[in-house]
Design a protein around this ligand. Sequence first.
Ligand code: AMP
Length: 116
Amino acid sequence: MAVDGNCLFCQIVAGKLPAEVVAENEAALAFRDIRPCAPTHVLVVPKNHIANALQIEAAHIPELTKLFELAQEVARAEKVDQSGFRLVFNVGEDAANSVAHLHMHLIGGHPLGAMA
Ligand code: AMP
């Protein structure tokens, strides 16, 4: 498993920095965003360090499947699976991507409106 010692989310995965963890499996960790933009705002990250969606390749498919399985589990636990939710991966400056470790934002709990 790749680990970047300078990466904020690698340190959360390693338990070296605190986070409000809501779920976990062998390949992914889910924790609440420190600055939530909706009643439910959970980050789902691979434990393996992948910088962003541009770096994904075929070998990552098993761990990405685990990432989406964990997101499904979180959506059900947060009771947004019926009302709906948004999954977002930010990449690069125009998307205001601030942490260079692949992460899925799972956002819901109230109407989010159409994407602009
Ligand atoms: P992005 O802008 O897509 O890179 O998203 C990074 C997210 O990480 C932002 O929504 C931040 O609020 C969130 N964040 C930054 N530091 C932490 C932290 N220590 N614990 C939880 N969420 C964090």
